[in-house]
Write a protein that binds this ligand. Sequence first.
Ligand code: GLV
Ligand code: MN
Ligand code: MN
Length: 423
Amino acid sequence: MTPSGKCYGHGHAHPASYAASLEGVDFEKMWRELAPVGRYDATGGYRRYAYTPAELECRAWFREQAVQRGLDVETDRNGNMWAWWGDPSAGGAIATGSHLDSVPDGGAYDGPLGVVSAFAAIDLLRANGFTPSRPIAVAAFAEEEGARFGIACLGSRLLAGAITPEAARALKDDDGVTFADAMSAAGFDPDGIGEDNERLSRISAYVELHIEQGRAQIDMDAPVAVGTSIWPHGRWRMEFTGRADHAGTTRLDDRADPMLTYANTVLAARKKARLAGAVATVGRIACEPNGTNAIPSRVRAWLDARATELSALDETLDGLKEATLARAERDGTEVSFTQESYSPEVIFDADLRQRVSRAVGSPMELSTGAGHDAGVLSARMPTAMLFVRNPTGISHAPNEFAHMDDCITGAHALADALKELAT
Ligand code: GLV
Ligand code: MN
Ligand code: MN
């Protein structure tokens, strides 16, 4: 029960007593300690890629937070970190947390807010004298963004058996380093990765708190919202192959320029998505040989597409492929689409969602176009999400933000949810 009578749903103002009731719980200190790790000064964004020094420093921060609280900390076979309040073998645990890795030049909140809030929620529960009747675990999932190896939620996918160990080990980063080699280099054993039923069987539910990644909560005037669903989402790698040649001497009619086919594909993706009621984005490209005075031999680009309905996603892709093939024929180029991930809609467990909503005072509900470990894990256990308002509405970019008041309101909401589930 919060001092306000649990009304997280409306209003910018919230009682000063929230902050006061955080006594002994230093959210800002945790935040301050993590803030410099992996921050890239030139942009103000974060580069915390899986198994790089910055991400390993985030792991050390997590370990330190657990140790300071007397929580047992461990890293599972898939590189996900866990901090336990209570005996993991007791079973029926309630897990909470998020991830610490980032997209290129990502914001400070996507991932870390859920982990910091999880530790803060435990502090709040303890400060209030609460003793859980089942274990509570704080998790930090590995390579959630897929920023280094291309597949989002890789740690939770491996845990849940949603990707084979062989496929994961073979994934490569932009420098050609495999996931297996990156794990080894960071001191982890890639031979051990894969579905972990023993661990899953110890957990009865997962609740992830996350920064809101759009403008819905600004519009709803809600510092905290409860997740209802995650949109269908897919990622494709596209390769456009042509013929390298001289930029000055090659007649236009003699060219096989993959950049043209690529450029047309970007515009077509936007148009097909608009017509289907989806969103589609090309945010990552690589051009070979990447010379100013040469027609490229190859362009690689990655498409991210999402929609509220799977049919709209499929319609976007079908239309795009057709347009791209037709354009490639005109350009004398070749094109391939390789699906890197494809995730149907996730609807969060109705019963868990209701319990969480009730515990946090029936706040606003939100369906999200962003992907989360809570979505992957929903195939294996009931999952739920809480969102904290982001006044910029911007995410996956340095301007992602949350007011400290809202963060603290979120930590209270998470504590209330954990209390409800672990009583
Ligand atoms: C992960 O944050 C995603 O939505 O891509
Ligand atoms: Mn995230
Ligand atoms: Mn993200």
